[in-house]
Design a protein. Structure first.
Length: 478
């Protein structure tokens, strides 16, 4: 028996001995549960490092891969390839995770992510193989995006299923905060490498080091999952019981997109679309415009992005717990309205009027918008039962990326109609309003409602509200 299998068996015995899964949540988690929560946080950090590598680390070296005449569009293609690969990966790996288990699926996805990043580090430059260089990078980022999605689609529901009810929002915030933490790591590492090697050497070969580091970090994470992490036994039983009781047509992607859970899914999709619209504007578009509009150097852009990401990570870690204190619906409605009003003013003051220093304005801008992700890890898992949870989580999180990710094609048309900065302001405000509107369509999920296991919340989101008062769109019974 392997070490991981031994850990899993020990956890099953511990849960069975307790007589009730909730007893473990109240008295302390088994080792595999603690490891799963830890791995959910650290794993998302590694995951996000691999996601954000092209945004900052590859940008100064684009000419090496795409040729001396490389434009912004080719750089955007690398980013978009990753984003478009993620919905496919979430649909495929989500269903696998719901059928065979979270841990096994996560390990396969981590291995694929590691291989993709290491292969990119080995791609010859444009001077050696011409246009094939950037073509290979785009293709590998697309495949890597699918594996990256499979990783968080499996690992985050696993962490939420092991988390104690009163800490689920906090754990969600910590997991989601790993995205800006990873972004800041890449930003500062890129700035440091450029300063150490010089811009010429970095563009020629130094850019490969961040991709090697990302691949090696994934391999280390794979070793941790293999040795320490196992699925929650009560979730495994719930999933197996649902599989045995329901027909195949009521399970999987069909049930999520157009079946029993469609109302829940499309409400989550609308909310996530709003968050992605704001994120693309204040993270990706902003990074490019710091160079083109404010004329900052590559290292200056990296520093501004790094400071903003650190600030964002600290606040996001707290917003997940804040949503547990005020309730999920109240949080999303309030945060969405706040972002729709304040973020456009910050953009104008920083990028247009330039009355706010870039390092301050961008940090505040990202806090006001992107920190709304804090509760997302918990919220998307709380909406669906175990047998479709990974499928629904991953698909809602990733499919909603597609429209916002195509901004290099639709944003210029909007710019032609309303102006360069006004177009971004309009998109940011729209994103905030979508978060508020679709958050309002979801269940209340007050602190009392949330003080239960993730499965119990999915089964009955608002036990204290009479059935007639519960919004139909927010209810999907197991």
């Amino acid at each position: 028996m392997s070490r991981a299998e031994s850990v899993a068996a020990t956890d099953v015995v511990e849960v069975a001995a307790s007589g009730h899964d909730q007893a473990d949540e109240e008295s302390g988690m088994p080792r595999a549960g603690r490891a799963a929560v830890r791995a959910g946080v650290i794993g998302n950090y590694v995951d996000q490092i691999n996601i954000f590598l092209p945004v900052v680390a590859l940008a100064p070296a684009l000419a090496t891969l795409a040729g001396p005449n490389a434009g912004v569009t080719k750089g955007a293609l690398v980013i978009v390839a990753t984003l478009l690969g993620r919905p496919i990966g979430s649909m495929v790996f989500g269903r696998i995770a719901d059928r065979i288990g979270r841990t096994a699926t996560t390990k396969v996805a981590i291995a694929g992510t590691a291989v993709s990043s290491l292969l990119i580090a080995a791609v010859p430059g444009h001077a050696v193989i011409g246009a094939w260089a950037i073509t290979l990078v785009v293709a590998l980022r697309f495949v890597g995006g699918a594996f990256l999605a499979g990783e968080y689609t499996s690992a985050i529901p696993l962490a939420m299923e092991w988390s104690k009810p009163r800490r689920r929002g906090l754990v969600s915030g910590l997991i989601m905060s790993m995205s800006p933490a990873a972004q800041s790591t890449i930003a500062f590492a890129t700035a440091g490498l450029i300063a150490l090697l010089g811009s010429g050497s970095y563009a020629e070969w130094g850019w490969r080091f961040p991709f090697i580091a990302g691949g090696l970090a994934s391999l280390a994470l794979l070793a941790y999952y293999s040795a320490r992490v196992a699925d929650a036994p009560h979730v495994t039983r719930e999933r197996e019981a649902a599989d045995a009781a329901k027909t195949p047509a009521s399970l999987g992607l069909r049930a999520v997109l157009g079946g029993a859970y469609a109302g829940v899914f499309w409400q989550m999709f609308g909310l996530m679309t709003g968050l992605w619209l704001m994120t693309n504007m204040v993270v990706i578009v902003m990074a490019g415009r710091l160079a083109t509009d404010l004329e900052l150097s590559g290292s200056e852009v990296a520093v501004v992005v790094g400071v903003a990401s650190v600030t964002q990570a600290v606040v996001m870690a707290m917003t997940g717990h804040l949503s547990s204190l005020v309730g999920r619906r109240r949080f999303f409605v309030g945060w969405g309205v706040f972002a729709a009003v304040v973020a456009p003013l910050l953009w104008i003051g920083t990028m247009s009027a330039q009355v706010i220093p870039a390092v301050v304005g961008i940090a505040l801008l990202q806090v006001v918008t992107v920190c709304g992700y804090g509760p997302v890890g918990a919220y998307l898992c709380e909406r669906l039962p175990a047998h479709v949870r990974a499928t629904g989580y991953g698909t809602a999180y990733s499919l909603s990326i597609v429209g916002p990710a195509l901004w290099p094609w639709w944003l210029p048309h909007l710019e032609a109609l309303v102006g360069r900065n006004a177009s971004v302001v309009l998109v940011i405000a729209t994103g905030g309003l979508l978060v508020a509107a679709w958050g309002a369509r979801g269940p209340r999920l007050s602190p009392a409602d949330l003080d239960r296991s993730v499965g119990a919340v999915a089964q009955d989101p608002e036990p204290s509200v009479p059935a007639a008062e519960t919004p139909v769109i927010a209810t999907a019974r197991d």
